[in-house]
Structures are given as C-alpha cells and as structure tokens.
Design a protein. Sequence first.
Length: 208
Amino acid sequence: MPPNAEKIRCLVLAREPSGEHFLKLALLSPQNGIMTCLLRLSALSKNAHAPDFFDVADITLAASKKADAPAQFIAEYTVLRRHSAIGSDYTRLAIASRLSLIILKNPLPPESTKTIAALLDRATDALANKPLPHVTFFKTLWELARNEGYPVREHWLASLPPDRRQHTLQILRQPLDNQDTPPNNLADLTHSLEQWLSRECHFVIPQR
C-alpha cells in the first residue's frame, strides 16, 4: 500500500476493458460519489478476485502524477462482499444493470452521496437475496426520488386513480418477503414513475 494511502469503500456500478491491460470501473463511494478508476489487471494477486458488477470493495488509489487525469489508478482492490446471485440470474442482472445505469446517468449532489450509496447497498443486497427484483427496482426509484426531495408522493402518487394509488402504497409498505406482486402488474406503474422522473425531475432514464 502506498504511504499514507487511504482505503475507500465502494460499490462497483460498471466495468469495461480499457486497452489490453486495464479495467475501467465506475464506482460509487459514500464519501467520494461517482468515481472513474483504472485497475491494471497485472496488479491483482493470484488469490485476488477481479472486479465484478455490484462488488462491495475496498480500494486504495495510487498516487496521481497528473492532477487533471480523467481517471484515477487503483493500487489495491479487495472484495468485501460479492453479489454472485445477481450475475447468475438474467432478470436480476438486467434490473440491477438498469438501476446502476440510472445512477450513473444522473449526477449526484455531493450532499446526497452517503444516502444514495446506502440506498444502492440495500438494493443490491435485496436483488441478490430477496424475491421479486422488479419490486426492489420500483421501491428504489421511489426512495431515490423521495430522498432527493422530489414530490413523488404529492405529485406522482396523487395523480394515480384511487385504486392504483392504494395498490402502490401497499407495494411500498410491504416487505418483499410478504408480497407476491407479479412483474406484469408492476410494469405500468414502474414505467409511469420513470416517465414522471424524466418529465418533472429531468432524470435521464435509459430506453428499455
């Protein structure tokens, strides 16, 4: 570890090759927000895990030689928790990937990074270990809007017909283990919420 180096705990939101020798990682840190970092593959020890989607990991940054470098280099990468169940199920992976893309496409205000990082940590844990990943996605979007101070209850929820409004509140209040909302029943509500976030809150929502 470099002298005086500080470990940064983060969640891996995306990864892609960068040339032949590096991985480019998009990371979410409670303290630093979204970070773009490069990891030299040869820096991984024989017993170390290569970064995977939605890892919770500790990283140590290498000393930067250029203050304006577009990406920081990782000196050490240590996996603390790996959500393998997400990658082994197509539906869970697709939903988790869409959620991470929404976070990456919408800049985080510095004062919100801790709250959003905690929300994503709970969401990825639920996507890996709980039933109904589509409900986790819907609830996470709701919490994201509410935590950022958008009037999701006063405007979006209030605009729904009374029966759908009551059904939505039931979904939001019940734990995942205690409900059986099928994906088709939630698809329209999720699309409606995404469109509201795009139209009223200027979120960038990726196409399905």
